[in-house]
Design a protein around this ligand. Structure first.
Ligand code: UDP
Length: 419
């Protein structure tokens, strides 16, 4: 199959971990490469955000990246990108006139806007089938972030429109599928295919970073308030108050854009909180770390803590499980599906530092349980979350979409002929 991936802000080349880079970059890169290994030809279209980038380049065998000119050739925060989606649609349409894809797979609502416009442009001999993955839903973001949500107002009506007009939607977890149905996406158009994890990079064996204390917990993610790292710091203070003082917290991730960690408002807020709670010597805010260096840090943890307010999917828990480390996770979004309570980790209610410290207090003293949950986590990701498995499931969803779109087109043609 010839597959066109559209990922407006999240380039598979981008350094991951910045404000506008994270799971989507990892997802698009890994899924494209796994689909190419299955013999497909993949082209990823992303916005040019640097004048030095080549127009086209090969990323992996079978995967080409096209840097489409749409808006200024510099970093633009994703909440300011909507005005350039018409230009992106023009670039997509021009390229698809030359080489027509069998299926278009758009990622994030704005890519969906551009992809649908290009795929259904009048004059095109036939509409191209479009499958869409949201990665995050504006309605969920608004629910949790309220007035702090900086998404453009148009997201409120354009995002559900993308869901309803795409030929198919791939949700990454069951919670998202419920949200999509509530937005009016027909359930027959929704498949659930999770994100995957690189099982070769993230594995239990390999280098292990030295701990600075008897016990270590690790948090990895973009440094944005909704990831809930402040809750983990508060939980650490509660552990210390209960006598478990020899525990350190390593915080990995950046907000992007800032040269130094101290320019980063969220890093400053977390460091100030640690200072206020008397934990400066036990909370290590490291900033962004290359993914290749993450496994050694994850393996050094007794537990990885992922306690966001909400989480569309969350690749980090899979990375931790792949390294054989138990996960303390808030029971939200994708984490409900990935982390099995009592089997591969512990679920806690969202925004509840007391529950986090309770879960950690019980887990950190029980080495046998840490090993058992860690081993079960590795088993779980091996059986369900390899990128090869995810690519096979995605391919199945593509074939179904192509068949349904072809059926719809012939129905429309038959109706036209009988008029
Ligand atoms: N990541 C990284 N270095 C960092 C912070 C994050 O490589 O300093 C990676 C992390 O390993 C994961 C991705 O960025 O693969 C984050 O994905 P996730 O779905 O957990 O969160 P998102 O950023 O999409 O909200």
């Amino acid at each position: 199959m010839r597959i066109a991936m559209v990922s407006e802000h999240a380039s598979p080349l981008a350094v991951i971990g910045g404000v506008d880079a994270g799971g989507q970059n990892v997802h698009v890169a890994a899924l494209s490469s796994a689909l190419a290994r299955r013999g497909h030809q993949v082209t990823v279209y992303t916005r040019r955000d640097d004048p030095g980038l080549p127009a086209r380049m090969q990323l992996f065998p079978g995967v080409e990246v096209v840097h489409a000119d749409a808006g200024p050739a510099t970093h633009v925060p994703k909440d300011e990108l909507l005005p350039y989606m018409g230009n992106l649609a023009d670039r997509l349409s021009d390229d698809w006139d030359r080489t027509t894809p069998d299926i278009v797979h758009s990622h994030f609502w704005m890519s969906g806007v551009a992809a649908l416009e290009a795929a259904r442009r009048p004059g095109r001999p036939r509409a191209l089938p479009v499958t869409h993955t949201f990665h995050a839903l504006g309605i969920v973001k608004r629910r949790h972030q309220g007035a702090q949500d900086t998404s453009p107002a148009e997201r409120e009506w354009l995002e559900p429109k993308v869901g309803r007009e795409a030929d198919a939607v791939i949700a990454t977890c069951s919670d998202e599928a419920f949200e999509l149905k509530a937005l009016g996406v027909p359930s027959t158009h929704i498949s659930v295919v999770p994100c995957g994890v690189d099982l070769e990079r993230f594995k239990p064996t390999g280098p292990v970073e030295r701990k600075g204390r008897t016990r270590r917990i690790v948090s990895v993610g973009r440094l944005v308030p909704r990831k809930g790292v402040d809750l983990v710091i508060t939980a650490l203070a509660q552990l210390a108050a209960e006598g478990m003082t020899d525990v350190e917290l390593v915080v990995i991730g950046g907000s992007g854009g800032s040269e130094s960690l101290l320019d980063d408002p969220e890093a400053r807020r977390l460091l100030a909180l640690a200072d206020r709670l008397g934990l400066s010597d036990r909370v290590h805010v490291r900033g962004q770390v290359a993914q290749s260096e993450l496994p050694a840090v994850l393996r050094s943890a007794d537990a990885v803590v992922c306690t966001p307010w909400y989480e569309p999917f969350g690749i980090v828990p899979l990375e931790a499980m792949a390294c054989g480390i138990p996960v303390v996770a808030s029971s939200v979004g994708g984490l409900i599906d990935t982390v099995v309570h009592g089997v591969t980790g512990v679920h806690v209610p969202p925004r509840d530092p007391g529950a986090i410290s309770g879960a950690l207090a019980a887990l950190l003293i029980d080495h046998a349980r840490i090993r058992r949950l860690g081993a079960a986590g590795r088993d779980r990701v091996e059986s369900r979350f390899s990128w090869d498995q995810v690519a096979a499931d995605t391919e199945r969803a593509y074939r179904k979409t192509i068949r349904r779109a072809a059926g719809g087109a012939s129905l429309r043609a038959a109706k036209g002929a009988s008029r």
